[in-house]
Design a protein around this ligand. Structure first.
Ligand code: FES
Length: 72
């Protein structure tokens, strides 16, 4: 298989896993989510309201997260 024929998957630090679509995502409970998008963002943080697809909830700062603390 050539490198050009390989499907590309990119892990975004702190964010989703980007997969070239279309894709079929099979979940542990047996449900299936299809996406025909050119690029599909699969949620890796489990905070998405549209899980398993990313809804950008990973961008919201959590009050208990170190990045939300002041630098005093
Ligand atoms: S990775 Fe974006 S909402 Fe989870």
């Amino acid at each position: 298989m050539t490198d050009a024929a390989r499907r590309r998957v990119r892990v975004v630090q702190g964010g989703p896993i980007m997969i070239e679509g279309p894709v079929r995502i099979e979940l542990p409970d047996g449900s299936v989510v299809d996406s025909d998008r050119f690029m599909v963002a699969v949620c890796a943080c489990r905070r998405s309201k549209t899980y398993p697809l990313c809804d950008t909830s990973h961008r919201r700062v959590r009050p208990d997260h170190p990045s939300a603390q002041g630098s005093s």
